[in-house]
Design a protein around this ligand. Structure first.
Ligand code: ASP
Length: 434
């Protein structure tokens, strides 16, 4: 008789991740120039499997954000709650980003990763035009909600869903009927999230195996100092800053928080996309941490779109590195400028892989640093992107818990229960009779 407990989802995902990394390295060293392996395994099976996994996560984002946010806002008792919650959330998001970038600049100045690096730009880098702040704000408002959904414009979907939810709560009886449909829909979509999460170990395996087959680690040795200072700053911010904030504002245990973030962190790490991680971050906030849907349905998608502390840290360390490598001294005024623009640039960064690096151009432009500097660090960016995305979403969830607690919308018993929410991960496909 088999009495073994089934492995938890987290353990299975870790297994998938480690197996993927080892497989990637093994293929690199054993089948370096093997056309068959390259075509059919790495760019065939691994690529197809990984892309299907990421696609299925992204598939959930628009329906999930829309439905849960409509549910969340339609259940708000009065509009002032929404204003207060929104204000608090934004204030925390901006504050954490400012702390992150300041911390990054300090680390960049203390450890001087670019000092003495006699680097010349390998190739020229064409930067994308960074949009103006005014344009960013205008772009939040949809002209056609269906096309916003079709194009996956999260901020526009958020604005429409909030307005729709407000209208539902103002519409009396018809509003109540629609609200109950949305509540049911929400349950179904959360089930879908849980269902897809069960496939994650395989998806993560494919993503890691493909990535580590092609990852140029030699670039890391050349840029070892940059890599280490940045990775160290990211990890410190992820572990220390959020823990202090959580403890200071809520008194809750940071260890419990970090432990419960494990699934979301792994998803963010393997997809390098805050956006694709929204379903898992929301599931984590709701089921594992006990945050009421009214809060998480708003704060998580908003955070995944505008709150990028990890990205801001990269931009800070990269700016210091490039200035040092090109022997350009930054003044105190330049540093303040970097703090301001990196905060804006990280807000404008979409939660998809690699965009943070493109937005770095905006920061470098502001302080007159050569954009070619970006070409220098591009080679090691993918791995760092994975780490900073994990920090990005950890920041979203930390602020979510703080705001929830301050609004009396946190089920502390659930938060403190280490097993809470794990059951929901196991979805049975048998028809339920209930
Ligand atoms: N990949 C990051 C994210 O999705 C954004 C970036 O910094 O490139 O959060």
């Amino acid at each position: 008789m088999n009495t073994k407990k089934p492995m938890s989802l987290t353990s299975r995902v870790i297994l998938g991740m480690v197996a993927g990394i080892l497989t990637g390295f093994a293929i690199r060293s054993l089948f370096a120039d093997n056309g068959f392996v390259d075509t059919y395994i790495v760019n065939g099976l691994f690529d197809v499997g990984g892309q299907i996994f990421v696609a299925s996560l992204k598939m959930l984002v628009v329906p999930l954000v829309f439905v849960s946010l409509v549910c969340g806002t339609s259940s708000l008792k009065d509009l002032s709650t929404l204003g207060r919650m929104g204000g608090k959330t934004l204030a925390f998001y901006i504050a954490t980003t400012t702390i992150a970038i300041t911390f990054a600049l300090v680390m960049g100045s203390v450890f001087q990763p670019g000092a003495g690096a006699d680097l010349t730009a390998a190739s020229s880098f064409k930067s994308a035009e960074a949009p103006s702040l005014g344009q960013v704000i205008i772009n939040m408002f949809p002209t056609n909600p269906i096309s916003s959904m079709a194009e996956g414009k999260t901020l526009q979907v958020i604005v429409f869903a909030v307005l729709f939810g407000i209208a539902i709560s103002a519409a009396g009886k018809p509003g109540e009927r629609i609200a109950s449909v949305f509540a049911d829909l929400n349950e179904v979509i959360m089930k879908l999230v849980a269902l897809l999460m069960n496939l994650a170990p395989y998806g993560v395996f494919f993503l890691m195996a493909k990535l580590f087959t092609g990852l140029g680690l030699s670039a890391i040795t050349n840029l070892a100092e940059y890599f280490l200072v940045l990775a160290g700053t990211l990890v410190l911010h992820g572990l220390v800053t959020y823990s202090l904030m959580l403890k200071g504002f809520t008194g809750l245990s940071p260890m419990t928080f970090l432990k419960k973030m494990e699934d979301a962190i792994m998803f963010a790490f393997s997809t390098a996309s805050s956006n694709a991680t929204i379903p898992v971050s929301m599931e984590t906030a709701k089921n594992r941490m006990g945050v009421d849907n009214r809060i998480s349905s708003f704060t998580i998608p908003l955070g995944a779109t505008v709150n990028m502390d990890g990205t801001a840290i990269m931009q800070g360390v990269a700016t210091a590195f490039i200035a040092q490598a090109f022997n350009i001294d930054l003044t105190m005024g330049d540093y303040l400028m970097v703090i301001l623009t990196a905060t804006l640039a990280s807000i404008g960064t979409a939660g998809v892989p690699g965009v943070g690096l493109v937005m770095l151009a905006m920061v470098l432009n502001q302080v007159g640093l050569p954009l070619e500097g970006i070409a220098l660090i591009m080679g090691v960016d993918r791995l760092l992107d994975m780490i900073r995305t994990a920090v990005n979403i950890t920041g979203d969830n930390a602020v979510t818990v703080i705001v929830a607690k301050s609004e009396g919308a946190l089920d502390e018993e659930r938060f403190n229960n280490p097993l809470a929410g794990e059951k929901e991960e196991q979805v049975s496909l048998k028809h339920s009779k209930a």
